[in-house]
Design a protein around this ligand. Structure first.
Ligand code: X2X
Length: 336
């Protein structure tokens, strides 16, 4: 009775158009997606691509709204995973580095000089080791869907060319707020300082730090050379994959069709972004060199001096990551 009266009041009081809009918006669902970098970078473009594909294929029923620049965690990128787990944010395209304080298994990718090339990255993420990493994420309340790539990280500084660990002696290097990085740069004799990406750029500009490490795409797009970083060493010391993921409670409220749609579009966006990032590497390097940056490539012998100097990091962190995961990754690398 009450309901009937209420409905007839609604019908009389509202125009048909408004009713249709209400009915539609009751079904439409918007999920927030956090990223650290904006769509000026491949990373942000990965999230935008995901949103585009979802928009197209859901007919507007499901929408992803991308919030770049770590804004949903007030610039503190190492809180992104916790925020997603607690439901403060619905989803993210995030870096393994930034999530590693909450998911120790993700430190696998930051082990210095462990993953030699792109084929090795693919062998790890696409095989048993990758599945183990995804299980580790899921066991912490987040549903991982697909891989993307921020890229192999290279080191730059304002002082001089780095060709051996001695060249890093005493250099203040900005690193991400993940403890393994502290150990790696300490082992190399540098003076690492943890700070967010938001704080890194002013610190480089004022000379509060001498150097930083990031993939070529980040160095290029953010014009890191213009904040005094004239020396860049290509040492591929670690790869930083991206992961597309959704909060578990949010995931459970989605229909099976919506889940399939989110997973398939994440996979597609991830593959698209990874291929693009890799294809762009050589033109980015050329652009960086053209802007006057001294680029140093290491000989095998020089490379080995870095491997030897960071052996202790591997020994300390392999047990924290999990010996069986490190082993699975090693098998993937050897068999690639
Ligand atoms: O902070 C960084 O260096 C960045 C942008 O690469 C990450 O978020 C890992």
């Amino acid at each position: 009775m009450m309901l009937t009266r209420h409905m007839s009041y609604m019908t009389k009081g509202l125009t048909g158009a408004v009713l249709i809009t209400l009915a539609f918006s009751a079904q439409a669902r918007e999920l927030s997606v956090s990223t650290v970098l904006s769509d000026a970078f491949p990373w942000g473009q990965a999230a935008e691509k995901w949103a585009e594909l979802v928009e197209e294929r859901s007919g507007g029923e499901l929408t992803l709204r991308v919030y770049p620049n770590s804004q949903l965690v007030s610039g503190d990128q190492t809180r992104e995973f916790s925020a997603m787990r607690s439901g403060l944010i619905d989803a993210a395209v995030g870096s393994t580095i930034n999530w590693s304080p909450q998911v120790p298994e993700l430190n696998l990718f930051s082990l210095p000089f462990f993953i030699p090339d792109e084929t090795a990255v693919d062998a790890i993420t696409g095989g048993e080791a990758g599945a183990m990493v995804f299980e580790a994420i899921e066991s912490r309340g987040v549903i991982p869907l697909a891989w993307g790539e921020n890229g192999f990280r290279q080191v730059s500084n304002s002082r001089g060319a780095i060709t051996e660990p001695d060249d890093l002696d005493g250099l203040k290097i900005r690193v991400v707020g993940s403890p393994l990085f502290q150990d790696t740069f300490n082992a190399l004799g540098a003076d690492p300082t943890q700070m967010s990406w938001t704080d890194a750029q002013p610190a480089l500009t004022t000379g509060a730090v001498d150097g930083q490490e990031n993939p070529l795409s980040v160095f290029d797009v953010a014009r890191i050379d213009q904040v005094g970083q004239q020396h860049l060493t290509l040492w591929n010391y670690m790869n930083d994959p991206l992961i597309f993921a959704v909060n578990q409670q949010v995931w459970q409220t989605l229909s099976e069709e919506q889940q399939t749609l989110l997973r398939e579009t994440a996979l597609e966006a991830g593959e698209w972004e990874t291929a693009m990032t890799r294809e762009q590497e050589s033109e980015r390097l050329a652009a960086i060199q053209e802007r006057g940056v001294t680029v140093t490539e290491l000989t095998d012998e020089q490379y080995q001096t870095f491997v030897d100097a960071t052996q202790s990091v591997y020994e300390k962190w392999a047990p924290r990551i999990g010996e069986s995961l490190v082993e699975a990754a090693q098998i993937a690398i050897d068999g690639r």
